[in-house]
Design a protein around this ligand. Structure first.
Ligand code: HEM
Length: 266
């Protein structure tokens, strides 16, 4: 039988004394030190987000986890670099086939403050992301991470790989110089040779049977809106599954043997 006094709401205990000066008064520095904690507490009290963050970030990882496991995060940071530098490039880029696109890229490279640097980060970052995504795929393949129960994450990964390649393909046209133009014609024609869907795909990419101004606008929209949106959504799903299922132990580690509970030891 619970004691009656335990059922009656008790008055709240006085909070622990806050740090302060010798008179017990909080100084400006004390307030400043607590500001971050207070903001986080304020948001958490209203959203309970900390539980989700703890679920996502604080977890046990298998024995033998090594540097190869950082390749997925490295790919993600390469993508973030593309997103951030891409926003700055989009502030100046014009998808105009009558010299405007070429001129805007020339302007970014030669005249905009740090333009050449940001363009370089975006251009080289694209290659870095492609290399990293393949290395990450290799790691998950050779560690057997595609097996049950992670098949769905492998499939999501395959779509992410294709989308990464589409980003590279659509971005290549945007400077609209001779190399970009002719390489894209070749690429679109190669797509057209695919079985059944090939001709429809190349018509879709061109925006009709001919390479026109629509083609450049279409490539730009696919490159900066459609694919990045899809990549962000799929990275979210990919990471959710990684957090839910955990990562795979390296294949050279043997599973620990279950103790034989029926064996009598004396
Ligand atoms: C934009 C591209 C991608 C990003 C940002 C990404 C990100 C990540 C991250 C952060 C992890 C957890 C850490 C790690 O194991 O490295 C992971 C795990 C995983 N990824 Fe990816 N990934 C991408 C593409 C791919 C591709 C192309 C595949 C395979 C086709 C793939 C398959 C997997 C699998 C199976 C796991 C689970 C690994 C395990 O259980 O040990 N991912 N990914």
């Amino acid at each position: 039988m619970p004691k009656i006094s335990n059922l009656v709401p008790q008055p709240l205990k006085a909070p622990p004394p806050r740090p302060g000066d010798e008179n017990g008064k909080a100084t400006a520095l004390d307030h400043a030190k607590e500001a971050g904690v207070t903001v986080v507490d304020w948001v958490d009290e209203r959203t309970s987000l900390s539980g989700g963050v703890r679920w996502l970030l604080f977890r046990k990882v298998p024995k033998g986890t090594n540097w190869f496991y950082t390749l997925g995060s490295a790919t993600m940071f390469a993508f973030l670099n593309q997103a951030v530098t891409g926003v700055f490039l989009a502030m100046y880029y014009r998808p105009d086939v009558n010299g405007g696109a070429y001129e805007s890229v020339r302007y970014i490279t030669n005249d905009v403050f740090l333009g050449q640097f940001v363009r370089g980060m975006h251009k080289w970052g694209a290659s870095v992301m492609v290399v990293l995504v393949y290395l990450h795929m290799g790691r998950t393949f050779f560690f057997g991470a595609y097996k049950y129960p992670r098949e769905l994450n492998w499939v999501i990964g395959v779509v992410l790989l294709i989308l990464t390649m589409v980003m590279g393909f659509t971005g290549y046209l945007l400077p609209f110089d001779q190399k970009a133009y002719w390489a894209t014609i070749v690429g679109v024609n190669i797509n057209g040779t695919g079985p059944l869907l090939g001709p429809y795909l190349s018509d879709f990419l061109r925006g009709g049977p001919e390479f026109t101004a629509t083609t450049l606008s279409r490539f730009y929209a696919i490159h900066m809106l459609l694919i990045p949106g899809a990549i962000i959504a799929l990275i979210g799903a990919h990471l959710y599954l990684v957090a839910k299922l955990g990562t795979t132990a390296p294949p050279w580690l043997k599973a620990e043997e279950e103790p034989d509970l029926r064996k009598v030891t004396v």
